[in-house]
Design a protein around this ligand. Structure first.
Ligand code: DGY
Length: 320
């Protein structure tokens, strides 16, 4: 009998999936859920056939060069901008991700922060918990109605389309979007505009659904924020580095935009201090895919990718 491939999970995974990983592979778990250092990640690439990183593992060229043993990175997540795919290719490493299974969960969180900032629900809850609610008043915490407003989506992939569906059907919003490629079927009535700037100028809410890293770093900078309406909100459930966080703070402080709903941050888990003091900002700790069902499905997608790879087949979700 040939030995099972040796696999390491860099963080703790849902117990159900860890059990399957252990059945299929000779799997090293991370029961303490402690983030591995770059040195530990480098060492793992010399000791294991597969390393399964997450968004918190920065896999740059310094970590990836000359792995003595690993042949594949089975990323636990759809976004993979934390992995230098060029360096992975050069090091002979395949890279896979987990698309499809977290689409709804992530769109749900985008919708959650959209409603939260537009309807000021977090402000209301904070007031209530602080014991400051003295009773209903006609002018108390008046937010903005999404109905009839324009949602501008940047990046009309799976999650962008799921957000468009929610906002069209549940909130009666009009949808415009930018995508670098022609999108023939956005799923709901929606107008593709030619540039990011056109979307920013037209939208009452801008929702980001493009990948992070590369040319999308600071796609939303000070100049672009200045193109938005002063009454508009921005929602980010994609990657923190898409927005220049310092420029966002400046725009919010200057009243250039009305508010922001953020599930991701430029320097996670650090958050620009000024954001924490702003009432018109909703902040969540990268919860996009955080449901039991979704995280289990993400883990099972990694299992399928590794199983195919070690059987000598093309993994279904190979990205490099
Ligand atoms: C994803 O899958 O990209 C989530 O943001 C977690 O990494």
């Amino acid at each position: 009998m040939t030995a099972k491939p040796k696999v390491i999970l860099t963080r703790k995974w849902p117990a159900k999936v860890e059990a399957v990983m252990q059945e299929r592979f000779d799997t090293q778990l991370n029961t303490a859920d402690r983030a591995m250092s770059p040195g530990e990640l480098r060492a793992a690439l010399n000791l294991y056939d597969a390393v399964c990183p997450t968004v918190t593992d920065k896999m740059g060229a310094d970590v990836l060069e000359h792995p003595a043993r690993a042949k594949i990175l089975g990323n636990f997540g759809v976004g993979f901008n934390h992995i230098d795919t060029e360096a992975a290719r050069a090091a002979g490493l395949a890279v896979t991700n987990t698309p499809g299974v977290l689409t709804d969960a992530t769109a749900d969180i985008a919708l959650t922060v959209l409603l939260n900032v537009m309807r000021r629900t977090w402000e209301g809850e904070t007031m209530l918990r602080a014991g400051d609610w003295t009773g209903w008043r006609p002018t108390q915490l008046m937010g903005r109605s999404p109905q009839g407003k324009v949602l501008g989506i940047i990046g009309m992939g799976r999650i962008g389309k799921a957000m468009a569906k929610r906002c069209h059907h549940a909130l009666d919003m009009e949808i415009v979007f930018y995508d670098a490629f022609p999108v023939n079927d956005p799923g709901v009535p929606a107008t593709q505009l030619g540039t990011v700037d056109e979307v920013l100028a037209a939208a009452d809410v801008v929702s980001l659904h493009c990948p992070g890293g590369g040319e999308n770093i600071h796609l939303i900078n000070g100049a672009r924020l200045a193109r938005m309406k002063p009454s508009a909100f921005i929602v980010n459930s994609a990657r923190g580095d898409i927005i220049d966080e310092a420029a966002l703070v400046t725009a919010l402080q200057a009243g250039q935009i009305a508010g922001a709903g953020l599930d991701v941050f430029e320097r996670e888990p650090a958050i620009t201090e000024a954001l924490k003091g702003m009432a018109n900002v909703c902040l969540l700790p990268h919860l996009g895919s955080a449901t039991t069902e979704t995280r289990e499905a993400m883990g099972m997608t990694v299992v399928e990718n590794l199983t195919a790879f070690f059987a000598g087949e093309e993994p279904p979700n190979r990205v490099a």
